[in-house]
Design a protein around this ligand. Structure first.
Ligand code: HEC
Length: 194
């Protein structure tokens, strides 16, 4: 190896070292930020995380039951969900049937509750009544609840939307059955929702 080559190697080593040094000085000046005296942001995050965990814990332990959802349900919100149904149904007794039967007084009524509507055989022969549970199943998926029915509607996927909808149908029923008790259905160690 001649001196020229050695010089080149030494020079490139020095340049390399210099670059590393400059780099670390730059990064220190960029990243070495003094910690604020009051880490307000960090505290806020920690608190809200704690609150979220506390709120989320019971929901993860058990999905709210239908009884609990119905207890908390709002007929007014349900009226908005009923917009999905209005092409085919009315709850106003004066309106009569549309594509689907009038739904006034349907809660607690026999399945296929109108004498003046031409139900499918599936609904006519089903028997039973529109309990809250049955309505919830039906509104989740009509075709799975009573196969062969002719209600061309996929279902309402959100449980709270269905509960609000059922509360709206209940508000349009003159003598509705009592709501299922929220505590009776719960697993036992749960306290009643306020
Ligand atoms: C595309 C039209 C259509 C839509 C939309 C629709 N339905 Fe229906 N619904 C029907 C028809 C038709 C029947 C009768 C089904 C049969 O006879 O098989 C029916 C039956 C019912 C029944 C049974 C009534 C009885 O007398 O036993 C209920 C309850 C009901 N629908 C609720 C709803 C609700 C709530 C919605 C909105 C989320 C809805 N439907 C959306 C057409 C519809």
């Amino acid at each position: 190896m001649d001196t020229m080559t050695i010089n080149k190697i030494v020079a490139s080593l020095l340049i390399g070292l210099l670059l590393v040094k400059v780099g670390s000085m730059l990064s220190e000046s960029v990243f070495d930020v003094e910690a604020p005296e009051h880490p307000a942001y960090a505290v806020a995050v920690a608190e809200s995380e704690a609150a979220e965990t506390a709120e989320a814990a019971p929901a993860k332990a058990a999905e709210p039951t239908l009884a609990e959802l119905l207890t908390a349900a709002s007929p007014d919100k349900g009226k908005r969900v009923f917009a999905k149904c209005m092409a085919c149904h009315s709850v106003n007794p004066a309106d009569g049937n549309k594509v689907g039967p009038n739904l006034h007084n349907v809660v607690g009524a026999p399945i296929a509750h109108r004498d003046d509507f031409n139900y499918s055989d599936a609904l006519k022969s089903h028997g039973g009544t529109w309990t809250y549970e049955m309505l919830d199943h039906w509104l989740t998926s009509p075709k799975d609840t009573i196969p062969g029915n002719k209600m061309a509607f996929g279902g309402v996927s959100k449980a709270s939307d269905r509960a609000n909808l059922i509360a709206f149908l209940r508000a349009n029923t003159e003598n509705p059955p009592p709501l299922p008790a929220a505590t009776a259905e719960a697993s036992g160690d749960e306290t009643a929702t306020p």
